[in-house]
Design a binder for this molecule. Structure first.
Ligand code: KG4
Ligand code: ZN
Length: 330
């Protein structure tokens, strides 16, 4: 099936064309730069940018794939979770297109999309497995019993890890998004310079919490001289990054061991993080780890097309009155 995928849940305007199950013909992502000067995503500006960019991005994906709209056999779009205004732009566009061109239509959960980024690149990533989805908006650990059958093992009680990276970067005067900025600043730093807290949330818990860590960094630098912070910026970033990655890697591997599963999928924007990728591999000890390539870690429509293709091929369809669900759960 030739699928058009559309993603507008946050600040990436994205469209992709995919032949099921895994042949990606085009993957166009426009990352909205307008938010950079505000140090975070401004929801209303995100919606307006999606309105301005979406038609061009979809056209570009068709051109790059060498396909016409009439060739498309199914349309998949993110309908939650995300910013409601941003979601509505993609969803309304996709529904209108499906209605006008008379194409099968399906709404996709963005988190399921992130899990499908590994489906897309690695046929060996097959259920059952453990999936860690870590991004600016989510931090969840799932037992994927089958494609389409997800059991939530634990999620964050407050901030997502990407959010912690973004907030700590802001505290340290680094640019937005904070994840890549902290990773870069941490490159020559000492991860053992300062031991920031690891919130384990109790033995055997798969829950996460990152807001205390963010506060710990803020308190740590509060009484330090600006020269000290400048001189030790790499060390502070490396120590913070170590704490986030340690907790994520620890819980993901523990879930695999507890459930006796040999495959672990990590995905979402934070899965771009080099230290996290490295640490998970170091601790894997027999567990096969699947990590998407960088463009499929952060928000994209290829993963939405992949998940959409899977559901559409099973005959599933969404009604054209499907609404955006900002706090959609998986
Ligand atoms: O998946 P994504 O594009 O959007 C959401 O669904 O939230 O993830 C964006 C998040 C941002 O918080 C960003 O700081 C983080 O992913 N991120 C990283 C890295 N690259 C992006 N975090 C840590 N290390 C990175 N290299
Ligand atoms: Zn995402």
């Amino acid at each position: 099936m030739l699928i058009l995928g559309i993603e507008t849940s946050c600040d990436e305007t994205a469209a992709a064309i995919l032949t099921t199950p895994r042949t990606l013909l085009a993957n166009v992502v426009y990352s909205q730069i307008i938010h950079q000067k505000y140090g975070g995503v401004v929801p209303e500006l995100a919606s307006r940018e999606h309105i301005k960019r979406l038609v061009g991005v979809v056209d570009e994906s068709l051109t790059r794939a060498g396909q016409q709209l009439s060739d498309i056999e199914g349309i998949a779009v993110t309908y939650g979770p995300g910013l409601v205004g941003a979601l509505l732009v993609g969803l309304t566009f996709a529904k209108s297109l499906a209605q006008a061109a008379n194409k099968p239509f399906i709404g996709i959960n963005h988190i399921e999309g992130h899990i499908f980024s590994n489906y897309l690149e690695s046929p060996e990533c097959r259920p059952p497995f453990v999936a860690l989805v870590v991004s600016g908006g989510h931090s969840s650990l799932f037992h994927v019993r089958a494609w389409g059958d997800y059991r939530l093992l634990g999620k964050t009680r407050d901030d997502a890890p990407g959010e912690a990276f973004d907030k700590v970067a802001k505290i340290l005067g680094l640019s937005y998004p904070g994840g890549p900025a902290i990773q870069k600043a941490a490159e020559n730093g000492n991860p053992k310079f300062f031991r920031f807290p690891r919130a384990t949330m109790g033995k055997d818990s798969y829950e996460f919490s990152f807001s205390g860590l963010k506060t710990a960094v803020a308190l740590y630098i509060k009484d330090k001289a600006p020269e000290f912070i400048r001189e030790h910026l790499a060390d502070i970033c490396a120590s913070f990054q170590e704490s986030v990655c340690d907790i994520l890697a620890r819980k993901a591997i523990a879930a695999c061991r507890d459930l006796r599963l040999e495959r672990l999928s990590i995905s979402g924007g934070v899965a771009m993080n080099k230290r996290l990728r490295e640490m998970v591999e170091e601790r894997a000890d027999g567990i096969k780890v699947f990590k998407p390539s960088p463009l499929l870690c952060t928000d994209n429509a290829a993963m939405i097309a992949a998940a959409g293709g899977w559901h559409l091929e099973r005959g599933e369809r969404s009604p054209l009155n499907l609404n955006a669900v900002p706090y959609l759960q998986l």
